[in-house]
Design a protein around this ligand. Structure first.
Ligand code: GLA
Length: 398
């Protein structure tokens, strides 16, 4: 994994690319989700954690009517003219820049900026696109603020930016994702986020004797986009049946009472839809218990809930895959294991494991060996730390 460029090296690259000094530094972390999977788009509770891996960029307003972005990850330079942006999807990373210009109504003459972007979020499932979008959003905000002091944002403004980022994904990129990723990245830390009300609570970090390991299967998430849309459609179909219990909205599905869930189950004839609803309902209840377990430093319970969540995603929601099942099973059997589950949308990408720090090395050796036995190659394992939140800072002149 490439370390994020040091600021000095990055500044030199910015100058080489754009011919002037950068004035701002913008960073946005990636995230994993500890528990509460595939229920953000149905009004559920989620428990994401920002991590130390991030997107980092340098920026300078350019007084032109164009946004110029260089992406180190793709080794590519794009120029976006906000007044020319049209609704044509190219399947290119610059779609996110154009989409943000559209939803934020960026049409001002001379309000462009230059942005040099680097990232060490190359593993699947860490929400690199939401992290990139958060950087674009903050760059756009700096440019449209008259006073630099407006760089400090309160949580309401941060959530408003997160909603705009979600709108880009939903309406421009065409992914019907929920609000979890941009909210987590804009707010930072480990949070219990209520995706119906957008209320969030900061939860304690993991204690020092507990490690969180990211286990990347390296399986590309090729199915993720179409299968994700299919799951959202299925929940819409369940919500339609909610007429019988007076709750027809998708964003209420995760918050139904036990009685309402039973009534809805009885109204559903399709077994697949019943299992989808069971996942939504049980996962919501697991998040409440997991947040309490984390507050009490009860890692045995937290790990157990993570295992249950994985089983539900595998059997009821069907968003796991062989490699994710292998790697989580390998972790559960390894020394020091407390629990493991896939994180993010699934269908490949990464899983997370909660491990006693003292047994970390033995755990990782054992996971590598067991996973390689099934797959023929080693996974990438990274110990995660709680990250900060998306931020923009004015740079010192030197
Ligand atoms: C992706 C989406 C999120 C969420 C997760 C699954 O990361 O972007 O909104 O739905 O999948 O929990």
């Amino acid at each position: 994994m490439n370390p994020v460029q040091t600021q000095k090296a990055l500044r030199a690259r910015f100058v080489a690319q754009f011919g002037a000094d950068p004035l701002f530094e913008i960073s946005a972390p990636g995230r994993v989700n500890l528990i509460g999977e595939h229920i953000d788009y149905t009004g559920g509770l989620v428990m994401p954690m920002t991590i130390q891996l991030e997107t980092r960029a340098l920026m300078r307003p350019n007084q032109r009517s164009e946004i110029r972005v260089f992406s180190e990850r793709f080794s590519e330079h794009v120029v976006v003219r906000p007044h020319e942006v049209s609704r044509t999807l190219k399947g290119h990373w610059s779609d996110f820049v154009k989409g943000y210009a559209l939803v934020s109504c960026h049409r001002q003459i001379g309000a462009g900026f230059d942005l040099y972007v680097t990232s060490n979020l190359e593993m699947g499932g860490l929400s690199s696109s939401a992290s990139f979008l958060a950087v674009i959003a903050l760059a756009n905000r700096i440019q449209t603020q008259e006073e630099a002091s407006a760089l400090s944002l309160d949580d309401t403004e941060r959530l408003a930016i997160a909603l705009q980022c979600q709108q880009v994904e939903n309406e421009w990129i065409g992914v019907p994702c929920g609000i979890m990723d941009p909210s987590s990245i804009l707010l930072g830390g480990i949070r219990q986020l209520d995706c119906q009300t957008l209320k969030s609570t900061l939860l304690p970090k993991l204690s020092d004797d507990i490690a969180l390991v990211l286990m990347d299967t390296k399986v590309p998430r090729t199915l993720a986009s179409s299968a994700y849309k299919e799951r959202v459609r299925q929940l819409h179909a369940i919500a339609e049946m909610g007429e019988s219990i007076g709750q027809r909205r998708l964003r209420h599905l995760a918050t139904l009472s036990d009685d309402q869930v039973s009534a809805l189950m009885a109204a559903l004839t399709d077994d697949t839809l019943k299992r989808r609803l069971r996942h939504v309902s049980t996962e919501q209840r697991r998040v409440l218990r997991a947040a309490e377990a984390l507050r009490q430093s009860d890692y045995l319970t937290l790990g157990d809930l993570m295992n249950q969540s994985h089983a539900s995603l595998r059997d009821d929601y069907e968003v796991s895959c062989e490699a994710l099942d292998w790697i989580t099973a390998a972790s559960r059997e390894a020394p020091g294991s407390l629990g493991a589950r896939l994180t993010g949308a699934g269908f490949g990408g990464a899983a997370i494991a909660l491990v006693h720090s003292g047994a970390l090395e033995a755990h990782n050796d054992s996971v590598r060996e067991a996973f390689a036995h099934h797959s023929g190659y080693e996974p990438e394992l990274v110990t995660l730390r709680t990250g900060s939140r998306a931020e923009a800072l004015r740079l010192d002149p030197n």
